[in-house]
Structures are given as structure tokens and as C-alpha cells.
Design a protein around this ligand. Sequence first.
Ligand SMILES: [Ca+2]
Length: 353
Amino acid sequence: MLVNISADAVTVADVALLPAEQVNMVITVLSDDANPIAGASIRFIDDEAEPYYTDQNGQVSLNGFNAGLYRMAIQAQGYEVLHRSLELSSESYTFYLQGTPTVSDDFEVDLSAWVTTGNWGRSSLIAYSGSRSLCDSPTGNYQNNTNSHCRLTQAIDLRQVLNANIQFMARYSIALDGDYCMLSYSTNGSTWNYLADFTGISPWQQYSYNLNHLIGNLVYLRFSMVATNSGVADGIYIDDFKLFTSSNPTPVYDEQVPLLQTQLSTYPNPFGDMLNIKLRGLKHGAGNYELGIYNVKGQLVKSINIHSALSKDTDIVWDGKDGSQNRCANGIYFVKLSQKGRTINTSKTILIK
Ligand SMILES: [Ca+2]
């Protein structure tokens, strides 16, 4: 079987787990002008426990903490989300969060920062802040067979930064029959890669995406509205778009650090004929893993059995067909890896013929 591995695929290494040294640690979170940030959350990404929150001095004390390599996400309302991968082994660490976005648009003035196709424009009916928002169809429902875009005119410059994060508010009503809004990025202005998608119904909510895997590039961002030939709805509203790029002097979050859990990834996204599914870090002799493809209604479309005899790193291709070998409809699908009924990892993908 021929499997294409993308050039930017994440490499996952094995980790030797040694008995951990325990340390007492104080983590301090400050704004970039050195004021303590109270209520900042500190999350350890490979740990399912609740995040820690800083006190009024911007501090968290962690006692009996296992020293080791951790991937961390540190955030507070109104600041960047800082991703760091750090060897935690000493008594204190200080992190600085940027509070002023590099790019900011509340859509109150105009759309001069964006290039649009189709009906993308500013809504004067619905807004999160002020009286205007960005909308795919400001005067009503989007139309059948829509395929329109709204792109940041200027590429964002991630060549000299150490942390990159976009945040925005969105609310949407998008028909669950294959219609979606997609956020994607490009490093050349012509090839677009998946970052996130939105479908169904949601009230205003904040969204945040880490762009650290794109550091070193000039990056274009765009929202796309894509609709099938039947079933329409109000569409998506976006407000308070912010890009944070900071270069704080702490080590950069590295996507290629060893990961401590079983990894599932899929590409390309969207896909047409073949979806590559990469499984990394499967455990031998731990019983069978099950790989299931589910539609947006949560229905199992196809089941793929993976035996424990397979190697810990396994690549599988899904041809976009269901269990009866019928071609699946366009839309969003979830690839779920589970073991003995327990979900281990899930990846979302979009099928477009
Ligand atoms: Ca606004």
C-alpha cells in the first residue's frame, strides 16, 4: 500500500520514562508590562487534570510536582494563549502574556483588512462588540452551493515570533447537511490547509487557535463558507478577531517534542478520495484497538479493526466508503480510536468529492 506522508507531518519519538524527581515549584504569570495576572489558567496538555489558576499575585504553588518535560498552555482573558514545552525541574518559572494584539479587528469601521468573494460583508444586525460583525451572508441566509471566502489581505509575519495565537468570537447557524464554515491557512496564498470548522448551531463563543506549527512562515488566514445544493441557514458571524504574536524569552513550544500518549492524526484535510490515518504509540499486547468513522450525528459509518499484533506505529487509508462499500456523502466525519470501549483519541475531517 502506498501512503503519502506530508512533509510537515509530526514526528513522534519514544519516551523512556524514568522515576520522576519531585519538586516544589512556583509558577508566576505576568503581563508583558510585568503586572501579575490573577486567574490565569495553567494547563498541562498531556494531563487530563483540571488546570491550575493563579492567585492575586499571579502565582501558583505546585508541591510534590513530578519533574519532567511538559507541554503547557497558559492563558487569561484578554491575553494571548501561550504554548510552551518545558523541562520543569527547578523551583520557579515566570511566564509573560502579551495583552496587545498584533492584529485586531472589531469590524466597526470597514473590511479593508480583508479580501472577500461571494456575499461576505459586515452585518449591522448582529454583533458581539459594538454594532458590526463579519458575516458570510449579512442580509439573510446563505445560498445553496455557496463557496465563498474572506481572507486577511496581509500575510501575518510569523518569521521572528516565539508564540502565535488567534482568537475571535463566533456565533453560527449552519445546516447540518454538509454545510460548514472553515478556517484555513496558507503559506503561499494558493494552497489552503485546515485549521478548524464550524457547523450546526452555536451562540457567541470564544475560539482560540495555536499557530506555533507555522512559526517561520508568512501565513495567510481565511474563512470559507461552503454549502451543499440543499438546506440553508443564517450562516456565521465573527467578531473581535485578534492575532497575538509574541517573542517572550522563554523556550518555544515545539510541536515535535515527544508526546506521552497515543496519537491519532489524519490528513489531508479536507480530503477527496483517500484519508491517511496515522496512529502512533499503540501499545503491544494491550488488546485490540478499534478505529471507527462516525458522521456528525454520531452514527458509526465504518469500523476498522486494528489488532494488537500491529506495530505501535501504523498507517491506514480510508477510502471514504461506508461498511457497505458505498461512497459517503460530503461532510464532516470523526475518526475515533478506542480500546475496550474507551475513547483514546479523535480526529475530525471533511470529505469533499
Ligand atoms: Ca464588532
